[in-house]
Design a protein around this ligand. Structure first.
Ligand SMILES: [Ca+2]
Ligand SMILES: [Ca+2]
Length: 348
């Protein structure tokens, strides 16, 4: 254990007068034929994101036969930063060792002095570490309850090399959280859910409730330096995913020719999902709404000219799929969702 000897009591007036010169003469000190050996741990300080770091400086005082000397006062000084002792005196222990701590943000030379004997050691600042940048994807970003969602943070980067990325910390904040969240053991809490993965950049999870989940990722490198960028994306868990409209390919025709439009390749991603209504607008002021089928026909009576007609198909899904839907309704089903696709028709 380090013993610090302050120059107090009888020597205080003397030391006050000689403060800059030091008070070594007030305490037992090394003799001229003694030696001081020095060690710094660490010898290279890696600052990370901090302005200063620490290194423990040890000075070992030995006599001319190499035997450690206990109870000898050593004073440490540094060319940069400061000593934890405040440049006070530190007494050697039974092993002849006196310790002080260097606190510095720059390369420093520490001198240990005891009486007529002194020694130096250099402490260096290592390469400055830079913060990583968090980035991730959610796939799919819209999913049904019970569906698997993949969170992938492998696109995060670090200036010192992506291999230095060490920890991925995910924060999932929901507007309608599951009361008993399922998922990896690395995920804790209910809302927010915090998922901490050492060395693992991605994971999968399912959700029970329909909800909107704000997902944030923070990554840390192997120095414990965290990303500072705010990286947040939204995951939507919904009982009804919107349909996907497909209006077919662009069409080339002539006036007064019946054209068939086919939206039968439209689909709905929900299990049990279906398209229940197809609405077409033909771009010439006419439309075919709710004809009850995926295909319809139309005959253009005027050429399209320089700009083709824009034909839009809007499809409606069967909502949550729990009721019998009447396509004649608008919307045709409770919670029905729509999607649109547009093609061109050139009429010569
Ligand atoms: Ca780094
Ligand atoms: Ca749907």
């Amino acid at each position: 254990m380090r013993t610090r000897t302050s120059s107090v009591g009888f020597w205080l007036p003397v030391c006050a007068a000689l403060l800059l010169a030091g008070c070594d003469h007030a305490d037992p000190v090394a003799e001229a034929d003694n030696t001081i050996e020095m060690d710094a741990s660490p010898g290279v300080i890696n600052l990370g994101s901090k302005p200063e770091g620490k290194s423990t400086i040890t000075a070992t005082v030995k006599n001319d036969k190499g035997v450690p000397k206990a109870g000898v006062t050593v004073r440490f000084k540094t060319t940069a930063g400061r000593m934890e002792s405040g440049n006070g005196s530190v007494e050697t222990d039974a092993a002849g060792e006196a310790r002080d701590v260097l606190i510095t943000g720059a390369d420093a030379t520490v001198t240990a002095k005891s009486g007529p004997v002194s020694a130096d050691i250099d402490v260096f600042i290592g390469g400055v570490n830079h913060a990583p940048t968090a980035n991730f994807t959610i796939n799919p970003a819209t999913q049904i309850p019970g569906g698997l969602v993949t969170f992938d943070g492998s696109s995060s980067t670090d200036p010192e090399g992506n291999a230095t990325l060490a920890t991925w910390i995910w924060t999932l904040t929901s507007d309608n959280p599951d009361s008993a969240p399922t998922g990896p053991a690395e995920c804790t809490g209910t809302n927010p859910i915090i998922c901490t993965f050492p060395t693992q950049s991605s994971f999968t999870k399912t959700f029970t409730n329909s909800q909107s989940v704000a997902v944030a990722l923070q990554v840390e490198d192997d120095q414990g330096l965290a990303s500072s960028n705010a990286n947040t994306r939204t995951l939507t868990i919904t009982g009804n995913l919107p349909p996907i409209a497909n209006a077919g390919g662009n069409i080339l025709t002539t006036v007064n020719t019946q054209v068939t439009f086919d939206g039968s390749l439209s689909s709905d991603p929900n299990p049990g999902g279906a398209i229940v209504r197809w609405d077409w607008t033909f771009g010439d002021g006419n439309s075919s709404l709710n004809n009850g089928g995926a295909t319809t026909t139309h005959t253009y009576t005027a050429a399209s000219g320089a700009t083709p007609y824009q034909v839009t198909l809007t499809v409606w899904d069967n909502g949550d799929g729990t009721v019998v839907c009447n396509p004649a309704n608008t919307p045709p089903c409770p919670n029905s969702k729509t999607a649109s696709a547009t093609i061109t028709v050139t009429v010569n």
